[in-house]
Design a protein around this ligand. Structure first.
Ligand code: CP
Ligand code: NVA
Length: 330
């Protein structure tokens, strides 16, 4: 990209109206472009060196739960976009001890250009967004994981030439499934999820996905049989059976007999299926080594794509003019 054009892009910052990303359907209309933009920047070596749309900006990331992928991909992604990443571990903050979420939001809005927040209850990230004057990105709550879904959609699009069949989810009806279902609905992909009885996803979120699917023409279906879900699937996706914050639920694991993604189960899928997992994986529980280490597994591409998808989202939310201009130029 010519430098003069880049300079013009960098001078155009328009943050008059902030957009928050609390669930993936907050950016429904842009999701397809966000994915395409992420794929383009991933494959554009020149842009990696010259495109700095977050120049002069700071992005703060609050973590109340551990993280490997989200933390590192945000830190590296913000840095590559020319911004300053600031990781804020909850143990070091006043938040949750002597200061409210609302006051924290007001204060951080005076220093930062964007906040990412990994929290327990989804209400907490909603409260932070309500009182912030800058964009807030949900970096995982008990109900939603939109950054994961953006990377998941990117990974499915990247593999579209070998995906012949629906997306099958096998496991817990959790935060990752919620945004995966919404993401599939937005992009017009069929999804069939299998969960044990009593561990179905939130019905209101599934209804939201089904409403979106009515417009995009996709099917969002649930069942309680792993075999039903994976038969003829083009994508098989699973996640841990016990999420962060649920460790106290004694005996939850025992409800997942028959929901392990193993060699016998995946044999029912389309032969060129891709295996996906948001990671971290509990090998031997929800997935066997044989499946996650197979040729069909794209889990490490998926992990890498967290960074590219988040770079696309950050640029859109923090400097839409640069996002738009880069998009039009490429
Ligand atoms: N998938 C994901 O969010 O991973 P981390 O918990 O390591 O951030
Ligand atoms: N469902 C998991 C996802 C981890 C990335 C959790 O919330 O712990």
């Amino acid at each position: 990209m010519p430098r003069m054009v880049l300079q013009e892009i960098l001078n155009m910052k328009d943050n008059e109206q902030k957009v928050d990303l609390l669930a993936i359907d907050d950016i429904s209309e842009k999701l397809s472009e966000i994915v395409d933009w992420a794929i383009r920047i991933k494959n554009d070596d020149e842009a990696l060196y010259d495109f700095k749309p977050l120049d002069g900006m700071s992005v703060g990331s609050i973590y109340e739960k551990p993280s490997t992928r989200t933390r590192v991909s945000f830190e590296v992604g913000v840095n590559r976009l020319g911004g300053q990443p600031i990781t804020l571990l909850s143990g070091d903050l006043q938040l949750g001890k002597s200061e409210t979420i609302a006051d924290t939001a007001s204060v951080l809005s005076r220093y930062l250009d964007c906040i990412t927040y990994r929290c327990f209850g989804h209400d907490d990230v909603m409260e932070l967004a309500k009182h912030s004057t800058i964009p807030v990105i949900n970096a995982l709550s008990d109900l939603h994981h939109p950054c994961q879904a953006a990377a998941d959609m990117m990974t499915i699009v990247e593999n579209s030439d070998r995906v012949n069949g629906h997306v099958a989810w096998v496991g817990d009806g959790n935060n990752v499934l919620h945004d995966l279902a919404l993401g599939c609905a937005i992009l017009g992909l069929d999804i069939k999820f299998a969960t044990p009885v009593g561990f179905e996803p939130d019905p209101d979120i599934i209804m939201r996905a089904q409403k979106i699917a009515e417009r995009s023409g996709s099917k969002i279906e649930g069942c309680n049989s792993a075999e039903d879900a994976v038969t003829d699937a083009g994508v098989i996706y699973t996640d841990v059976f016990v999420s962060m914050g649920e460790e106290h639920l004694d005996g939850k694991m025992s409800s997942f007999d028959g929901f392990q993604v193993n060699e016998e189960l995946v044999a029912k899928a389309d032969e060129s299926y891709i295996f996906m997992h948001c990671l971290p994986a509990h090998r031997g529980d929800e997935v066997t080594d044989g499946v996650i280490d197979s040729q069909n597994s794209v889990v490490f591409d998926q992990a890498e794509n967290r960074m590219w998808a988040q770079m696309s989202i950050l640029t859109l939310l923090c400097n839409e003019a640069a996002w738009q201009t880069y998009w039009e130029l490429r």
